[in-house]
Design a protein around this ligand. Structure first.
Ligand code: UDP
Length: 238
């Protein structure tokens, strides 16, 4: 597989074309950003951990019947994935109040919900990824009603699987963001990444934050907690 031109440079990874139009290559960087790119940071080896962790999680989800873009890990930082058209929605599922939800609705962090929530943000950096509802997304031609139903089904399925995966390693899944893409064959699959960059993960016993909030909120131990989650995952799923 030949790595060809750069297709896209994201905040935490680069995407390259390959000699197969149906495939591309992700290359994870050590960079971290928060607050729509205004805060920047990194730690050595972050790209390696996130690449490996995202692939590890995607494989576990595949076993649970979730279709993903994953093809093959090529190197510590690189992964071959199916080329997809990303649906420009950030799909967020929450089990416990935190972050923007707590702020917006005045709900104390840590309150467990009666049932999971689902929300969409319109992926647009200039606008700061504003919230969008299903009718608005359909009106804009971002997705059809059928797409929204499929996306919601995938999001809740991922939540159920992910909750179990993390509970097995003593971690509460507070919330997470996923992105979905349409393959060239028209199938909607899980794309982008799932990692401590895209989830809120709290230690089940102590509620210690084991995710990107350590960077967002300057709590320290940014790299340490990513290593901790990766260690717990690999030790449990040996
Ligand atoms: N999230 C993400 N990318 C974004 C926005 C949110 O991965 O651009 C994740 C975030 O890490 C958290 C969940 O989605 O796990 C919910 O985030 P929230 O809406 O509370 O926004 P935040 O407080 O992070 O701004």
């Amino acid at each position: 597989m030949k790595k060809l031109d750069l297709l896209y440079v994201g905040k935490a990874k680069k995407v390259y074309k390959t000699d197969d139009p149906k495939l591309c290559i992700f290359e994870y960087k050590d960079d971290a950003t928060a607050f729509n790119g205004q805060k920047k940071g990194s730690f050595e080896g972050k790209g390696i951990i996130n690449n490996q962790m995202a692939n590890f999680i995607f494989k576990l989800l595949e076993k649970d019947g979730v279709k993903t873009h994953l093809v093959e890990e090529l190197s510590p930082r690189e992964t071959l994935v199916k080329r997809v058209d990303i649906i420009p929605l950030e799909v967020i599922v929450r089990n416990v109040a935190a972050g923007s939800f707590s702020k917006r609705y005045g709900v104390e962090e840590g309150r467990e919900f009666v049932s999971p929530t689902l929300e969409f943000s319109y992926k647009n950096d200039e606008l700061g990824d504003p919230l969008i509802n299903d009718y608005q997304a359909i009106a804009l031609g971002v997705a059809t009603r059928e797409d929204i139903e499929k996306i919601s089904e995938i999001a809740f399925k991922v939540n159920e699987s992910l909750k179990k995966i993390f509970l097995n390693i003593g971690i509460k899944l507070v919330d997470f963001k996923i992105e979905l893409g349409r393959t060239l064959d028209g199938e909607i699959v899980l794309a982008d990444e799932i990692s401590p960059d895209t989830c809120r993960l709290w230690d089940k016993e102590t509620n210690k934050k084991l995710d990107k909030d350590r960077f967002r909120l300057d709590l320290g131990e940014f790299g340490d907690v990513y290593n901790e989650v990766w260690k717990r995952l690999t030790e449990f799923y040996k």
